[in-house]
Design a protein around this ligand. Sequence first.
Ligand code: ATP
Ligand code: AH0
Length: 364
Amino acid sequence: MLGPDPVWAVGAMSGTSLDGVDAAMVQTDGRDVLTFGATAYREYRPEERAILRAALGKWPGDDLDAALDVTHSVHAEVLNPFEAAQIVGFHGQTLAHDPKGRGTHQLGDGQALAETLQKPVVWDFRSADVALGGEGAPLAPFFHHACARWAKLRAPVVFLNLGGVGNLTWVDPSIDRPEKPDALLAFDTGPANAPLNDLLQERLGRAYDKDGALAAKGKVEEGALELFLDDAYFRKLPPKSLDRDDFALMLDLVRELSDADAAATMTAMAATAVMIGIEHCPSEPERVLVTGGGRHNPVMMQMLAAGLDCPVEPVEAIGLDGDMLEAQAFAYLAVRVARGLPTSAPSTTGVRAAVAGGTISRPS
Ligand SMILES: Nc1ncnc2c1ncn2[C@@H]1O[C@H](COP(=O)(O)OP(=O)(O)OP(=O)(O)O)[C@@H](O)[C@H]1O
Ligand SMILES: CC(=O)N[C@H]1[C@@H]2OC[C@@H](O2)[C@@H](O)[C@@H]1O[C@H](C)C(=O)O
């Protein structure tokens, strides 16, 4: 279907924080990123978000009609204008993630989207990895490797995504292929914004702690932080991954604290989980490049900078767009799948062997 020349792909990602769908174009041959293109964002309306939230934790076979309608219509709306794209990478909304048990579930029907958009759609990126013993996540690391090469970095760096869940990729850009054994190490670090958002929603009816304003007024309760860090997840060697609500009990640890102290403590939990994560990396990175919404939270960024020995900067420092990196990743991965190139490896998900995850659906 796709020849060896670079193509324009569009990727769409709806993250664990359930804020909306990002879409972004990338020109790539599946190995190198040549150009970054147009982007778009469609926020969920409150009623759409409520339908998706109610579907969290559900698996194929459950009643998902309403959530599927929302996912399909929002993706069709955000992706329709990308006429120049030759192929689509459609992540789908993660509803449940239990790689060592029931599997992983991203809501969406790629065939239906292919019919609507009249373009080939690559989707269900995670199942093949899980079937081969992998965590099915994170999948952005192969793209992070391409970004490091695009930015002509030489020394190992860490890409840190602070979304609902945190995940990091240690990258050695001097190794030319991401599937080679020492090129990457990746894993979920712990909860990032999701439990903090839940706290703000529950106590104050606010979606999130804008600019860390509440956390800035509070003080970290060290006892609660220590109890949180006792969780065996942090000592477990990577690869490892999390579901959005795996740390929902964090809210109990801050239950007795004032709003400001609870926000400060939860922000410290997210940041400290990252610091422990960095200790698992093969070597100290030259810098930590932060993507995802958490990079807009100055309190979280300051805590990271204070706890790490290297500079902590938003990915914009190397010319990337930290709000769109995940959507770009699934554009890039779609082309890799179409070309039969792997999208994960033992070092990124723990999969038995490098695998090209994803199903390709073509309009009939
Ligand atoms: N100005 C800001 N101040 C503080 N926090 C912010 C700010 N902007 C965004 N955030 C946080 O970032 C979150 C959104 O991050 P992002 O869009 O990266 O998440 P996601 O892509 O849904 O998650 P994931 O990567 O886990 O799938 C918001 O819910 C909020 O908690
Ligand atoms: C199962 C799932 O959807 N995981 C997401 C989630 O959000 C952040 C973190 O947890 C990461 O593991 C992953 O997303 C990114 C895009 C990834 O696969 O790289």
